[in-house]
Ligand binder design. Structure first.
Ligand SMILES: [Zn+2]
Length: 158
């Protein structure tokens, strides 16, 4: 699956978050914010490369440990690795950007950065660095670690 960085995300109509502690509670809604694609790489498609601050990679990994989203949509394999070594990722990441903008990245984005030299747009790097990780990590159901879930969201025990 390839999408140009910063193009509008339209892969899924709804954003779904799963409670990482129970693994069962989930909520989903049709976002009012605009989602912009980041890091949907594919073999044969050029992507930007460059050095990345280590603190960014560490923080993005930490975010992925607390935020589970769109995990029910199946596994996505790295297309840039040899087939027998390709890691798989399940789900996506949502990072709040400027007003009304959220970045939508595949779970494998940290692998793309560390193994394939991918450099996401600076706006995305800045947005990750701006996350209040302590607050996100302390979030407990019925809240999830993402600030823009609407109040009238549908919450279900699957
Ligand atoms: Zn790879």
């Amino acid at each position: 699956m390839f999408y140009e960085d910063l193009s509008e995300y339209d892969y899924q109509d709804e954003d779904a978050f799963t409670d990482r502690e129970s693994g069962f509670y989930a909520l989903w809604y049709r976002p009012a914010y605009t989602r912009l694609n980041i890091g949907w790489l594919e073999a044969g498609r050029p992507y930007s490369t460059g050095t990345i601050p280590t603190v960014f990679v560490e923080k993005l990994k930490a975010v992925q440990e607390v935020q589970w989203m769109n995990v029910c949509l199946g596994v996505h394999e790295c297309d840039l690795c040899p087939e027998d070594e390709a890691p798989e990722g399940n789900g996506e990441v949502r990072i709040p950007g400027g007003p009304g903008i959220a970045y939508a990245a595949p779970f494998l984005i940290t692998h793309y950065v560390t193994a394939h030299g991918y450099r996401p747009p600076q706006a995305f790097i800045d947005a990750v660095l701006a996350i209040d990780l302590d607050t996100w990590a302390a979030t407990r159901w019925p809240d999830v670690p993402f600030p823009w879930v609407p109040d009238d969201v549908e919450r279900l025990l699957e």
